[in-house]
Design a binder for this molecule. Structure first.
Ligand code: TMP
Ligand code: ASP
Length: 238
């Protein structure tokens, strides 16, 4: 049993606690939901449980595919033991289908299939609203070295292929998703979470949204969507 020591950090969706091992932390997933940089707030019943379990299933599959993640093990319903990371201040978004901010920025209809996966970087800074940044912006910000950006892009695309395959088996179209990475003992590894909070998942047959857009856009049946994703993944990953 890992001993939970004092809280180190509380974010919008998670709390992080120290443990007796200075290299390991406990992440506690909350039911709080926010959107539009914290302007919209609410709770999604048991979201913490589902996001923790879904992330654990997906991290385990990524590890099997040779992608290093911060997950050590699941330690509770809403709790995961992770490796401590020096967080890279970029969000890496990978898109297969136009939706959300890409649809708006490029004037594409939501649902238009992109000819190849698009990778984007956003600078993690709430006071700026996490702006889209290009390679030169990242260099002047000092957020990552050029060779690290190459690795982030490659990892983003590889993770996309692994996740697309898993989600397809669950009857789900992987529209887009957001990743966060950090450095652990010099190696770039995947951190944060992979869940309906951070991905767009559309039912392959009906097109129904099975992700946080149900909360962002007040579509109803929010909890049901998270449960649906978890149950389908459990079935195909058994
Ligand atoms: P976007 O279309 O709003 O830019 O979102 C792209 C993807 O990133 C989508 O799957 C949702 C995810 N995302 C987050 O995880 N956190 C965020 O703060 C935002 C804006 C998007
Ligand atoms: N995580 C973001 C926030 O609070 C938004 C989002 O997921 O849409 O504000």
């Amino acid at each position: 049993m890992v001993k939970k020591l004092e809280q180190m950090y509380e974010g919008k969706a998670k709390k992080v606690f120290r443990t007796e091992n200075p290299d390991l932390y406990l992440v506690d997933y909350k039911d709080d939901a926010t959107a539009f940089n914290g302007e919209k707030r609410g709770t999604i019943a048991d979201k913490g449980y589902y996001n923790n379990q879904i992330s654990a299933l997906l991290f385990a599959e990524l590890e099997k595919a040779g992608i290093p993640t911060h997950m050590v093990e699941l330690t509770g319903d809403r709790e995961m033991l992770v490796k401590g990371l020096e967080i890279i201040q970029l969000e890496v978004v990978v898109r297969n289908i136009a939706a959300g901010s890409l649809a708006k920025r490029l004037g594409f209809e939501e649902g238009r299939k992109l000819p190849f996966a698009v990778v984007e970087f956003y600078y993690k800074d709430d006071s700026l609203g996490d702006p889209l940044v290009n390679d030169s912006h990242i260099a002047v910000l000092g957020a990552a070295q050029p060779e690290e950006l190459v690795v982030l892009r490659e990892l983003g695309l590889k993770i996309n292929r692994v996740l697309q395959d898993i989600m397809a088996r669950a009857g789900i179209e992987l529209v887009d998703f957001k990743l966060e990475f950090g450095k652990h003992k010099g190696e770039i590894i995947l951190g944060d979470e992979i869940s309906p909070d951070t991905c767009r998942f559309w039912d392959m047959e009906t097109g129904a949204k099975l992700d946080k857009d149900r909360f962002r856009r007040d579509l109803g049946k929010v909890e049901e969507a998270y449960i649906e994703v978890y149950q389908r993944l459990q079935k195909v990953l058994k």
